[in-house]
Design a protein around this ligand. Structure first.
Ligand code: NAP
Length: 353
């Protein structure tokens, strides 16, 4: 390591590594080499890493837990900045609830554990989602009827152009379905540093999804605690989603299909039993997993190193040493099949570079 690593300016500066395999830093276990790789553990480190990229006229890419990104097989000729800034602080707490500040490099599930163990309600349904807090915000992660946006007060970012920390309030974060302002070109230069969450004391926020309903069948829902919800989801998800320590995967690969009423009624003519949910603003949500399973018969479909997980078709699994090229071909094939049968263009949730 001594030979291919050096410091930026002084002994406090973060270590810059050269020629780091990105496949080791993403849950899909795909990706070529990064020319430079920096683990940033503080805001100072972030500033130094960005300065390094600017002064060497290199692009940079900010990585969190690597659970939603698939890198190219080719060399990344720039700087990967892995956001490892950790910390969880209770800003205020009273009998109603609490405000918590969490830093972007924290594992999101550790934040859920922190909150649940203190009876801070609001994110317990987001149990066992891989990735860091930064990624959770970019993606507006959601599960079992809860989205992170429901608890966000504001996000602090490092503006890489002005080099200052700015606070963006909830209304300006433009959260949507697996979407936020951080996916827009206007905020490509923002590095998420921390987020303030507002949590309530009391009861679980949402038990409406069938898996949770089934789990607590026969119980008085008003007596279910948030620790029980967390335990339930650990069990439910371990059965439905592959073990990240055994397989390469990025969780749900595709977004659900959101369409207007006319499009949905057209589709219903061919698929009268299609399940659907209200997606707000007059739109309809159709589970993409259902299309893959029931319309296309693709559950468990496997080709080469890649496949759709046998217990959850939305999850693409790297069973061996798949490449980015192979993944792109596999995904095109799945999307073509879906389009042929439904005229729907499936959208990726995962960022494939
Ligand atoms: P599921 O319960 O089998 O339901 C299939 C789909 O139908 C889900 O995608 C869900 O949409 C939708 N749905 C089910 N019940 C609903 C209701 N009562 N109201 C509105 N929509 C409903 O789903 P699953 O595949 O086992 O996944 C369970 C949950 O975990 C889902 O919420 C899924 O999004 C979430 N999840 C999140 C991630 C991630 O963020 N990385 C990864 C995997 C799974 P929604 O997806 O909009 O909830």
């Amino acid at each position: 390591m001594e030979n291919n690593a050096y410091s930026i300016a002084n002994s406090d500066a973060p270590l810059i590594e050269e020629g780091v395999f990105l496949s080791y830093h993403t849950s899909f276990k795909i990706g070529g080499v990064a020319r430079f790789f920096i683990e940033a553990k503080s805001i100072e480190d972030i500033k130094k890493a960005v300065d390094f990229a600017h002064s060497h006229h290199l692009d940079f890419f900010v990585l969190g837990g690597g659970s939603n990104t698939v890198f190219s097989d080719k060399e990344f000729d720039g700087v990967i900045i892995k956001n490892c800034i950790k910390g969880i602080e209770i800003i205020k707490e009273d009998e109603e609830g609490a405000e918590v500040k969490v830093f972007a490099g924290e594992y999101f599930d550790d934040v859920v554990e922190f909150c649940v163990s203190r009876n801070f309600c609001g994110i317990e349904n987001l149990t066992a989602i891989p990735g860091t807090v930064g990624g959770a915000i970019v993606q507006n992660i959601g599960a079992y009827g809860t989205e992170i946006k429901n608890t966000v007060i504001s996000v602090d970012i490092f503006n890489t152009q002005t080099q200052i920390i700015e606070t963006i309030d909830l209304n300006d974060l433009h959260f949507g379905y697996r979407d936020s302002i951080f996916k827009k070109d206007s905020h490509k230069n923002a590095i998420i540093i921390s987020v303030r969450l507002k949590l309530l004391k009391g009861r679980p926020s949402n038990l409406i999804y069938k898996d949770l309903k089934n789990y607590f069948e026969g119980r008085d829902e008003t007596q279910v605690s948030i620790s029980e919800v967390r335990e339930a989801l650990q069990v439910i998800r371990s059965k439905k989603f592959p073990d990240l320590s055994l397989f390469g995967t990025a969780g749900s690969f595709f977004k659900n299909c959101i369409m207007n009423q006319d499009q949905f009624h057209e589709l219903q003519k061919n698929f009268p039993d299609a399940p659907y949910f209200d997606a707000g603003k007059g739109l309809v949500k159709l589970p993409s997993g259902w299309i893959l399973d029931k319309v296309c018969g693709l559950k468990g479909f496997r080709e080469g190193n890649l496949g759709l997980y046998e217990h959850q078709s939305l999850v693409v699994v790297n069973f061996g040493s798949a490449t980015n090229e192979e993944l792109k071909k596999f995904i095109s094939k799945i999307k073509e099949e879906v389009f042929k049968k439904t005229k729907i263009i499936l959208e990726e949730e995962v960022i494939v570079l």
